[in-house]
Design a protein around this ligand. Structure first.
Ligand code: TXA
Ligand code: MG
Length: 338
């Protein structure tokens, strides 16, 4: 299959493909999603196939607005209304009970809930509004790889497997949406994102818990995706929590370093073995996944050191993704590592 690129002026062609049950990747403010008509079971199953995604890991349901969501959610509780008013469209996904039979089991993995998301992206809004039905929207990467933040990343992973990619340039946030579970007594963040637990608590007027499910493959976490290996580049990753420690590393030609620009400037190593995260944590969120992909297809790179951040809730999402990419491997000093 030829994978076509569409510009933002060519939405109608993408809508026609989606309506026929084809797969089309689309931009959002967080990462690129892999779209398929959510009400078409065959199309949804093809999403799992294209991504190589385990079938027990349900898909996000992407809607153009809260009205569309209400057609598929069993009920929209007061807490959801508050969050929608404040954060939609935006990088917040709501886990709600789904109307029985409204969506194929392949979307929800047979669960009683569905994850609803309304991206802050005009192009995606128009795409779904013109289609008149939700699209599933998992990140448009091959399973286990970092989520795509450019159309080129999507093409790298899915060329020949999907009908099209709408190119909306680089995504803005760079890390996937915050997921909050509203199907339980007390709201719980299942995946941290740009919108922090404190911001959610402030709007809800109650404390929001965080459970990112550090679990083994045997356990069943609340967000099934949290148990799988994820965000993994070709070479193993080690987190460097203390930026000063970069100076202790032996930076040979087989080592890649991903850190803030100022940290890299203080190291002497070949430019092609460095990836700059920019000036601050916001830049680092935006660039992390591109950085994790930067050293792929470079067989000489055997190890990647990535800067960690310890900025409380602000760095929760970044560290959640980095801990997965590294399987929680943190640098513990020269004697332990070399
Ligand atoms: O920012 C985002 O959310 C991106 C963009 C493309 O919208 N999408 C995204 O989708 O990250 P995905 O499929 O890569 O991650 C969705 C996560 C998975 O961990 C999945 O297990 C969880 O949401 N999830 C989906 N439906 C669920 C459900 N009914 N119950 C619990 N977890 C669910
Ligand atoms: Mg994903």
């Amino acid at each position: 299959m030829e994978t076509k690129f569409f510009s933002k002026d060519e939405i109608a062609a993408a809508v026609a493909l989606l309506a026929k049950g084809e797969l089309v990747a689309f931009p959002t403010e967080t990462v690129y999603g892999l779209g398929a008509l959510a009400t078409n079971e065959t199309a949804v199953k093809n999403v799992y196939r294209a991504k190589g995604r385990p079938s027990d890991n349900p898909l996000i349901v992407t809607v153009s607005d809260a009205k569309m969501m209400a057609q598929y959610a069993q009920e929209v509780p007061e807490s959801a209304l508050k969050l929608i008013k404040h954060f939609w469209p935006g990088p917040l996904t709501l886990l709600l009970f789904v109307k029985p039979g409204a969506l194929p089991d392949a979307v929800t993995g047979g669960l009683k809930t569905a994850a609803f998301r309304c991206p802050d992206d005009a192009l995606t809004h128009d795409l779904i509004a013109q289609l008149g039905a939700p699209i599933v929207g998992p990140s448009a990467n091959t399973s286990t790889k970092p989520s795509p933040t450019t159309a080129t990343h999507v093409y790298h992973d899915l060329k020949g497997k999907i009908a099209g990619i709408i190119d909306g340039g680089e995504t803005e946030v760079g890390l996937e949406s915050t997921i909050i579970d509203l199907s339980v007594e007390q709201p719980v963040v299942l995946r941290p994102g740009k919108i922090t637990p404190a911001e959610l608590s402030a709007v809800l007027g109650e404390r929001v818990l965080v459970n990112t499910g550090q679990v083994t493959d045997q356990a069943v976490p609340k967000a099934p995706g949290m148990k799988y290996r994820h965000y993994a580049p070709s070479a193993p990753v080690i987190v460097v929590d203390n930026a000063a420690d970069f100076k202790q590393l032996t930076l040979s030609a087989s080592v890649g370093v991903i850190a803030l620009d100022a940290v890299l400037a203080a190291l002497s190593m070949p430019e092609r073995n460095q990836y700059g995260l920019g000036r601050d944590l916001v830049d680092a969120d935006h660039r992390l996944f591109d950085g994790l992909r930067y050293f792929d297809d470079r067989p000489e790179i055997k190890q990647i050191y990535v800067q960690g951040f310890n900025e409380g809730e602000a760095s929760l999402a970044y560290m959640n993704r980095l801990n997965k990419a590294s399987a929680n491997h943190h640098y513990e000093g020269a004697t332990n590592e070399q």
